[in-house]
Design a protein around this ligand. Structure first.
Ligand code: 6PG
Length: 248
């Protein structure tokens, strides 16, 4: 698996490049397959990307009615909670473009975690008839500790081999989250990470250029079986990488 690395000078440039990338994938998917099944990432990094997708030059030409919008993870909070990943996407994208309400597949963070995970696994199965549904695109972020979605170091969800969506505990904390598992993430046509900031540089290096014998970080488990893997990084996040020709 060769990851394609896109290094941009600033967060603004990264959001612009990622928006062009997502818009092109969406246009191709809607044209050739009649729909674009995308799982959005949470956290703060993707907000500017979502805003750019909802603005010119992307918003007008995109076939929003073909978008099927999901989330790769969610906090166990109601949709109006400031920490809700759904809420972030609603403010920055969904309230600004014409995606049919029935095409927005929110993780019901207000339910009990196990119920929310079981319900969402059934919802995700609507993406395709395959045993493990293949998203057109899964967007992911990266934590300073190398977590992605809500797959935290040392957490049980990292070991999941069969279920597609699980409730996961953040080690050492009471907080629970609902997350895609690696089998589901790795079935995607395209997976794209976005990471910005010096604070992520060590994790980026350890995921993409691990030291011999180092324990793999959760994000290193993202290796699409037949799809492509892209990393959109700011120069700060990529500052510890030794990139040779944009591929690692
Ligand atoms: C979440 C995300 C999580 C996030 C990383 C990076 O629900 O918070 O799924 O995996 O992508 O923690 O977060 P930032 O973009 O805020 O740095």
């Amino acid at each position: 698996m060769t990851a394609i690395i896109h290094v941009l000078p600033t967060a603004e440039a990264m959001a612009s490049a990622a928006a062009g990338f997502v818009a092109a994938l969406a246009a191709e998917a809607c044209r050739t397959r009649g729909r674009f099944a995308v799982a959005l990432s949470g956290g703060a990094t993707p907000g500017p990307l979502y805003e750019k997708l909802a603005s010119p030059p992307h918003a007008g030409p995109l076939a929003w009615e073909g978008w099927q919008v999901y989330w790769s993870d969610e906090r166990c909070v109601p949709p109006d909670d400031p920490g809700s990943n759904y809420g972030l996407a609603r403010r920055t994208l969904l309230d600004r473009v014409r995606i049919p309400q029935g095409n927005v597949h929110r993780i019901r963070g207000e339910e009990t975690p196990e119920t929310a995970a079981a319900e969402y696994e059934q919802e995700v199965r609507g993406v395709s008839p395959d045993a493990v549904p293949g998203f057109d695109l899964i967007l992911l972020g990266l934590g300073d500790d190398g977590h992605t979605a809500s797959l935290f170091p040392g957490s049980d969800a990292l070991l999941e081999k069969y279920r597609l969506v699980v409730a996961n505990r953040i080690p050492g904390e009471d907080e629970r989250r609902i997350t895609f598992t690696l089998p589901l993430i790795n079935a995607a046509r395209v997976v794209a990470f976005l990471a910005d900031g010096e604070a992520k540089a060590a994790a980026v290096q350890q995921v993409l250029q691990p030291a011999p014998g180092a324990a793999p970080l959760p994000a290193a488990g993202v290796r699409p079986r037949s799809g492509s893997l892209h990393w959109f990084l700011t120069a700060a996040a990529a500052s510890r990488l030794d990139t040779d020709g944009g591929q690692v």
